[in-house]
Design a binder for this molecule. Structure first.
Ligand code: SF4
Length: 459
């Protein structure tokens, strides 16, 4: 559940358990071990975790050896209370306990104990050999470059459940990316709560310097990163969009609100004007850059006037898309104690208004792309396969600006879609939809030998 950090951690968990003989299964009934990697960013996410655990009682009755483990941010936040609330749970492991997960599982295989490990550490655990999180057929991968956050936005639980900001050593990150490139990964997303402040506290290289180093790695053709905090978006990093040809022309730059009064109460440490100035500089350096963002509506004390400023900022920036949420109280964060809470119906109304506006902006951006030719990295066959009499199949991939593009192209055999997956294809955009584009392939990168000398994706 939750963010890309959790997705990355779940990949790591699966890779770490493999040497212990654990393999993934999609059937709950056959599982010997069930791990729930949780999110607590909003009330709803936390409730989803507990209702999921509630449904495991039946399985445990059928298989008393079944081990149930809870990880992620709810585990870190609720700790041993999860054992009291959920008798089905055997292990609670916090956001800094991943490296000890295998030893706990090994212990529980033979002992009828219940374990809580939520110890936080001052350093990032680096395995001797980087864990290869990629799977056969993958063309892109996440790589975490840091953990935790020191910003303490007044609505956010992350600093309390992920701890203080710690950056990984740049050499370790480069080593992991080179290993992934050897496993035919071509696109890397650098992950962190606030990647823009990478390395500052520990006086390592800057984030822009790290991007330049990744840009020099052969076989990697695309670099993305998330999430950025506007206050740490440096000129050096903005210039990297003009200097690193593998850096994709997309930035996720959460603004959260459009009114300085609300930004102050959120402790975001930048003003509306500063944000707009940085956006304009980004557009000057990289004119076709796609900008996406996060916005919270109904923050305590947000007036109608404040909200109008948010709508106005959305139009000014012209976002490509937005993740927008209604404010919800979270345990232990200052905003929960703020007065002037906005009513639920009012929050829903504001969210609806905001999403309606953004849908119009996104569709216009997509329509403006009709007739252009975009280079996409093919990720595989589209989920929606239309059986086509000419044995044409639907493929999917993304532009550098992170737009989803689908197109049709014949393949010889359907088993794993090998021919196009992982290749760069120039596609002429002929149709625009709300959330994707349809195109016609005009030029396909020839099959190439990866630096390891094998055919691309001959998995
Ligand atoms: S920067 Fe992001 S992760 Fe950090 S406290 Fe603020 S919202 Fe949370």
């Amino acid at each position: 559940m939750g963010c890309q950090m959790n997705v990355y951690d779940s990949y790591r968990i699966a890779a770490m358990l493999k040497p212990m003989g654990y393999s993934e299964t999609s059937s709950w009934e056959n599982a010997d071990l069930i791990i729930l990697n949780t999110c607590t960013i909003r009330q709803k996410a936390e409730q989803k975790a507990f209702s999921f655990l509630g449904r495991l009682g039946k399985l445990k009755k059928k298989n008393s050896n079944l081990i149930v483990a809870v990880g992620g941010c709810v585990a870190q936040q609720e700790k041993e209370q999860i054992l009291d609330r959920m008798p089905v749970v055997d292990l609670v492991f916090g956001t800094h306990a991943l490296s000890r997960l295998c030893e706990h599982v090994y212990h529980l295989e033979t002992c009828d104990d219940r374990i809580v490990d939520v110890t936080m550490s001052e350093s990032v655990h680096e395995p001797d050999i980087p864990v290869d999180v990629s799977k056969p057929g993958d063309v892109k991968a996440f790589v975490t470059i840091m953990q935790g956050c020191d910003n303490f936005c007044t609505y956010c639980v992350v600093p309390y459940v992920r701890g203080r900001e710690i950056s990984r050593q740049p050499d370790k990150i480069i080593e992991e990316i080179k290993m992934l490139a050897n496993s035919n990964i071509r696109e890397i997303t650098l992950l962190g709560q606030n990647v823009n402040s990478y390395g500052i506290k520990q006086k390592l290289c800057s984030f822009a310097e790290l991007i330049h180093r990744v840009n020099d790695i052969e076989d990697i053709v695309r670099i993305r990163f998330t999430t950025s905090h506007p206050k740490d978006l440096s000129d050096e990093l903005i210039d990297a969009f003009g200097q690193c040809h593998k850096l994709c022309h997309h930035i996720h730059l959460p603004v959260q609100a459009g009114s300085d009064r609300v930004l102050k109460r959120m402790n975001r440490k930048y003003s509306r004007d500063e944000y707009i100035r940085k956006v304009n500089r980004l557009k000057a350096v990289c004119p076709d850059i796609a900008i996406t963002s996060d916005i919270i509506v109904g923050f305590p004390g947000e007036t109608k006037q404040d909200f109008i400023q948010t709508l106005d900022l959305i139009e000014k920036v012209g976002y490509d898309s937005l993740y927008a949420f209604k404010y919800s109280d979270r345990p232990n964060v200052p905003a929960t104690r703020f007065s002037n809470k906005v009513s639920e119906p009012e929050k829903s109304e504001r969210l609806k208004q905001l999403l309606t506006l953004q849908e119009k902006l996104t569709l216009k951006k997509h329509k403006d792309m009709v007739g252009t030719t975009e280079q996409i990295l093919v990720e595989g066959l589209s989920k929606k396969q239309a059986s086509d009499s000419h044995k044409q199949y639907h493929w999917t991939g993304r532009t550098s600006t992170n737009k989803a593009v689908n197109f049709s192209f014949p393949i010889h055999h359907k088993d794993n879609g090998a021919p196009l997956t992982g290749r760069l294809v120039n596609v002429k955009i002929i149709k625009a939809f709300s959330h994707s584009l349809w195109g016609k392939p005009v030029d396909i990168e020839s099959e190439r030998m990866s630096s390891k000398g094998d055919n691309y994706h001959a998995a």
